[in-house]
Design a protein around this ligand. Structure first.
Ligand code: SF4
Length: 435
């Protein structure tokens, strides 16, 4: 049976002298060693991405957690959870390592986890085993008395960091010069509506809230784009160019109407006419995990496994989504596998921790990751049972460590942008190009 543990897979590869089958031998290091020596995102898919100056770093945790064996950490985590009872809720994102997921009270994608946090009002503390923007979203949706804790502060997200609020404010100023400001035209439409993917900082969610915009997830991006086009001529979509492009293309928008905005260039590297003709301005951001998937991997999977069902995440580049049989959010992928009645071979284009867990949970199917190199999300991988034991035992001792809070000035418009998403209804099947 396939092991659900990416840690064990990496160790097995290493002992067989095949460590290079993982994208970095440093994946085997303890995350506190990485925290102490690596100022970047750490080993894994984002290791080559430049990290912004001032990104949160994790201080050293007490030696007892760094020295503890897996068995001791297991015993201490379970004991702390039992003692805390309903006071603490542990949330685990699908992309967390299996050694962490086993302690989660609820497992899901970022939005499912944030809504789970909202529903559990009796929990004083929400321990979010995921990344920074997810903990921020949980803080936005949970009650003011609830503390949201991120076990390792270095667990950011390279994609979310690609749309820095200062760059976005600067881009907006330039766009307003081209479009003549933020006012409705004769048809009651704004020149452009900002749409941010859930995978973005609270500051960005606040920005879109202040400018009449909305948040989307990979599950509702089409609904949200319809919402935006009912209110504006165009959309500024960030941070993920691929989700924006894949969604808009499926709605019938031509690639020539989707210019890319490169924040390091004047007008994002466009001319004013191109921006006037645009329907969707795509921010130059991407997920380093999903960028690894290629059409060559799909061709290989089809050649080696006739009849294989290829499902990829919409954060993958457009040619990969086009070459796949299906694309959808992590939850769509999970449900597609759960719903397959006959033994099926699946090639999946998403994060390796989820793929290995699905493979272990469904031995009647053959399930493998399209990418043959074991390369987890660098920042998801920064969460480790040692940090979980530390935050839980600190809580038990009356100390809240690593709390993530969103300031009121940002929280109010960010909640507004989230509420717009929650109330957006699927639109009739009319494309924006009909207008
Ligand atoms: S998988 Fe991609 S989008 Fe998700 S946390 Fe990792 S880098 Fe960010």
């Amino acid at each position: 049976m396939t092991s659900a543990s990416v840690d064990l897979t990496l160790r097995d590869l290493s002992t067989r002298g095949a460590a290079d089958a993982g994208c970095s031998t440093r994946l085997l290091d303890a995350p506190w060693d990485v925290d102490a020596t690596d100022p970047g995102y750490g080993p894994g898919a984002s290791m080559a991405d430049p990290i912004p100056a001032g990104a949160p770093a994790q201080g050293e945790i007490p030696q007892e957690y760094r020295d503890a064996s897996a068995e001791e950490l297991d015993r201490r985590i379970l004991a702390a959870k039992a003692a805390l009872g309903d006071r603490a809720l542990v949330l685990g994102h699908y992309y967390q390592r299996d050694e962490v997921i086993r302690y989660a009270d609820y497992v899901g994608d970022s939005f499912q986890l944030a809504t789970a946090a909202k529903a559990r009002t009796e929990a004083e503390a929400i321990i979010f085993c995921g990344v920074h923007f997810m903990a921020e979203t949980a803080d936005l949706l949970s009650g003011p008395e609830q503390a949201v804790i991120l076990p390792n502060l270095a667990a950011g997200c390279s994609m979310a960091d690609m749309a820095d609020i200062d760059q976005v404010e600067e881009a907006w100023e330039q766009l307003m010069e081209v479009y003549g400001g933020e006012s409705e035209d004769a048809d009651g439409l704004m020149p452009i509506i900002p749409v941010t993917y859930m995978n973005s900082s609270a500051a960005l969610k606040g920005f879109v809230g202040r400018h009449g915009g909305i948040v989307c997830t990979s599950s509702n991006a089409t609904t949200v784009l319809h919402w935006a086009f009912a209110r504006g001529r165009r959309v500024l979509f960030f941070p993920d160019q691929h989700l924006g492009r894949n969604t808009a293309k499926a709605m019938g928008i031509g690639l020539e109407q989707m210019p890319m905005w490169n924040p390091r260039r004047p007008l994002g590297g466009n001319d004013a006419q191109g921006l006037l003709e645009a329907k969707v301005v795509l921010w130059h951001g991407f997920c380093s995990v999903h960028k690894r998937f290629t059409t060559a991997q799909i061709d290989k999977a089809r050649a080696e496994h006739p009849g294989v069902r290829v499902i990829v995440h919409p954060e993958c580049p457009m040619p990969v989504v086009d070459a796949a049989d299906e694309s959808g959010s992590t939850d769509v992928i999970r449900r597609a596998i759960e719903g397959a009645e006959e033994p099926t071979t699946f090639a999946i284009g998403t994060e390796i921790n989820l793929v290995q867990r699905l493979a272990a949970a469904h031995p009647q199917h053959t399930i493998f990751c399209l990418d043959p190199v074991v390369c987890p999300c660098s920042t998801m991988y920064r969460i480790h049972p040692g940090y979980l034991a530390w935050v839980l035992e600190s809580l038990l001792a009356g100390e809240v460590v690593n709390r993530i809070t969103v300031g009121q000035d940002v929280a109010e418009p960010a909640r507004l942008a989230l509420e717009r998403m929650l109330s957006a209804k699927p639109a009739p099947a009319r494309t924006t190009t009909e207008r």
